[in-house]
Design a protein around this ligand. Structure first.
Ligand SMILES: [Zn+2]
Length: 62
């Protein structure tokens, strides 16, 4: 199941929309910011029902 989430880039503080693949469950990966192109560490937590999720982001190099 694909979802989109609005996040704030920890590097340039712009709001960007990212695609999330909930079918893989909880995951941590990097995604390049669409504005400043720097890598963002995305920490996706998917609940047991596979529908509720939370997203945390931080700069990859912190
Ligand atoms: Zn950015």
């Amino acid at each position: 199941m694909l979802e989109t989430a609005l996040i704030t880039c920890p590097c340039c503080w712009e709001s960007i929309e990212i695609d999330l693949d909930l079918s893989g469950g909880t995951a941590t990966y990097t995604e390049d910011c669409q504005v400043c192109c720097r890598p963002i560490l995305v920490m996706l937590r998917v609940a047991d029902d596979g529908e509720q999720f939370t997203v945390d982001v931080r700069a990859e190099n912190e």
